[in-house]
Write a protein that binds this ligand. Structure first.
Ligand code: PMP
Length: 427
């Protein structure tokens, strides 16, 4: 690309200092130096509507989180080996929201990242079952640790998968029969479990992102995973709901995405929006599932669940509920989907998602449903030029991924939609 020389220099410097493994967004990468609400600002003051960053789900620099973190940092920041009330108050407030058996008799454990949360959940599942097989969806992403990267095929075709990992097809509601998706998935899971058993691994857990983000964003049908859970449990396995993307009200319908999928998981993992940008993540786990692990091992995570992280998480969790952000996510998400459908653009094959997680899939024609990555790439980059930030996803990279903060309002939706429309007209 023809980059401004000053930007090109900055990018060279970045590559020199940070090395070759990082990736920037956009053909013309964006420099930012401030964020507020739904907006990011470039050093020249230009605003960019952030319709992509699901970490700051209360909006950038949310005053309540800023205040909670600064006040706590000035008072005390230490780890979980001292008795402190804040962490207990948060756990007490969060546990009932999981419903089912976790609400009845479950625990919260805290980490710094979603990867660590999944890593810990998997270790607990392996310990409880005495098995090591892990079943995932075909383009899953679950983390950066050695264990979780071993079952994150979306890291790239050359990223090694564990020999104890099996994949099932994503629940592609656009191409497959939605009414029988759950049964199809359960049948595939059963076959994979039998294969794992034949290889002497057996099944420790089935883990899925409750919105199947890296698979292409699928939220239908309701109750999808109920038949899968039945098969997994019949073979002694554990259900892990990865709520790193779908948690904290993203779906609008419930605090947790799995609640739409009809399961009562043994372990729930969470992260990203939990601290609105402050690193805090964790798991909720049924007592009987973590009991053997707790008996045989100790768990200590220096920064996980530290006093400041807990203060951030508390501010976020309270704000989501007090400001009715779930209801807002439903309204704004539906408005975005309605707006995209009303464009009646031939290149759009499917608009889907739930709450403030929206997918808009481009295809070369509606019968073969062949991926059209070129349109998605052009649209994402043109929208960035026009001041709206989104991205693309899916195995064919042909799906617009729109994932705004939960505080999105009607004016943000208008700007997003008019920018998509303008970009598509220009392509
Ligand atoms: N699980 C899912 C579904 C994710 O999307 C991510 C992050 N993209 C992770 C786990 C890992 O979280 P983190 O980057 O905080 O380690």
């Amino acid at each position: 690309a023809n980059l401004d020389p000053a930007l090109a220099d900055r990018i060279d410097r970045r590559t020199r200092l940070l090395g070759p493994a990082y990736r920037l967004f956009y053909q013309e990468p964006l420099t930012v130096d401030r964020g507020e609400g739904a907006y990011l600002y470039a050093p020249d003051g230009r605003d960019y509507l952030d319709a992509y960053n699901n970490v700051v789900s209360l909006g950038h620099a949310h005053p309540r989180v800023v205040e909670a973190v600064s006040a706590q940092m000035g008072k005390l920041c230490t780890h979980t080996r001292y008795v402190q009330d804040g962490i207990l108050d948060l756990a007490e407030e969060m546990l009932p929201t999981f419903g089912g058996q976790i609400a009845e008799n479950g625990h919260m454990m805290f980490t710094c990242t979603g990867s660590e949360a999944n890593d810990l959940a998997t270790r607990i599942a392996m310990h409880k079952t005495g098995k090591r097989g892990v079943i995932i969806t075909s383009e899953a992403y679950h983390g950066t640790s050695h264990l979780t990267a071993g079952y994150s095929p979306s890291l790239g075709a050359k990223s090694p998968l564990g020999t104890w990992v099996r994949r099932v097809s994503a629940p592609d509601s656009y191409r497959r029969d939605v009414a029988t998706l759950g049964a199809q998935m359960a049948a595939e899971v059963k076959a994979r479990i039998e294969d794992l058993e034949r290889h002497g691994d057996g099944i420790a857990c089935f883990i899925a992102d409750s919105l199947f983000s890296s698979d292409g964003i699928y939220s239908d049908p309701k109750g999808l995973l109920a038949p899968v859970a039945e098969v997994v449990r019949a073979h002694g396995g554990i259900m892990i709901a990865d709520e790193v993307q779908s948690g904290f009200g993203r779906s609008g319908e419930a605090m947790w995405g799995y609640q739409r999928l009809g399961i009562d998981p043994e372990i729930v993992t969470m992260g990203k929006p939990m601290g609105n940008g402050f690193p805090v993540a964790g798991i909720a786990v049924r007592h009987d599932v973590v009991a053997p692990f707790g008996q045989d091992l100790r768990y200590f995570n220096t920064f996980g669940g530290n006093t400041v992280a807990i203060a951030a998480a508390r501010a976020v969790f309270d704000t989501i509920r007090e400001d009715n952000l779930l209801a807002n996510a439903v309204r704004m998400g539906d408005a975005i989907r309605d707006g995209l459908r009303s464009l009646k653009d031939e290149r759009i094959g499917d608009v889907r998602g739930v709450g403030l997680y929206v997918a808009c899939e481009f295809v070369t024609d509606h019968t073969t449903k062949t991926h059209d990555a070129a349109i998605a790439t052009a649209c994402v980059n043109l929208m960035r030029k026009k001041g709206v930030l989104i991205s693309s996803t899916g195995p064919g990279a042909n799906i617009l991924k729109i994932r705004p903060p939960l505080i999105f309002d009607a004016s943000h939706v208008d700007r997003l939609l008019s920018t998509v429309e303008a970009a598509l007209k220009e392509i």
